[in-house]
Design a binder for this molecule. Structure first.
Ligand code: AMP
Length: 193
């Protein structure tokens, strides 16, 4: 199964991704986590990425496409994978389609967690107190939200046209949102995907 988990910053993508990974035994591939690891290791990629991440801007497409290509063309991970935080732009989505096609694979579902801006700011302020992520500061969050609405949200239309978009109400407990996602995925699973 190949899934994409999609939504604004603070929608709970990471939390839900972990649950999906455990339930379906698929590999969780998070570009945010990969980039943060590179920053921590102090690699060249990390210092380039950091200059964008700290401002809440997107790391350039060619950089992110390069790391995702390398990751998903590794030997077959078995049950499939769950992409979290990728794609974030139309060129990234097009590049992903090309890579998957070359591998004879296709996306089963794009799970979009829907949360309004007010709730996002509230949630991220809570996360900032707990995790102290540089890009969770209020002004940076505002930029990340603008970037999401302008560059990433148009992808919903891209996937709607391809029949893979599944919109989920992201307001509710982790369990409630998880149950809504499970319902959608169960239908897919029962179709033998
Ligand atoms: P995340 O943990 O997914 O919210 O990602 C944190 C930050 O990493 C983002 O604000 C971007 O600066 C960068 N990033 C992660 N994934 C991507 C991507 N697919 N394209 C560009 N930048 C990304």
């Amino acid at each position: 199964m190949i899934l994409i988990i999609f939504g604004p910053p603070g929608a709970g993508k990471g939390t839900q991704a972990v649950q999906i990974r455990e339930r379906y035994g698929i590999v969780h591939v998070s570009t945010g986590d990969m980039l943060r690891a590179a920053v921590k290791e102090g690699t060249q990629l990390g210092s380039l990425a950091k200059s964008f991440m700290d401002k809440g801007e997107l790391v350039p497409d060619d950089v992110v496409i390069g790391i995702i290509k390398e990751r998903i063309t590794k030997p077959d991970p078995g049950n499939g994978f769950l992409l979290d935080g990728f794609p974030r732009t139309i060129p990234q989505a097009e590049a992903l389609d090309q890579v998957l096609e070359a591998e004879g694979l296709k996306i089963d579902a794009v799970v979009s967690i829907e949360v309004d801006d007010e709730e996002i700011i509230k949630r991220i302020s809570g996360r900032q107190a707990e995790e102290n992520r540089a890009d969770d500061k209020v002004d940076v969050v505002k930029t990340r939200l603008d970037v999401y609405r302008n560059q990433t949200e148009p992808l919903k239309e891209y996937y709607r046209e391809r029949g893979t978009l599944k919109e989920i109400d992201g307001i509710g407990s982790v369990q409630e949102v998880g149950d809504s996602i499970e319902k959608v995925l169960r239908v897919l699973d029962s179709k033998g995907k």
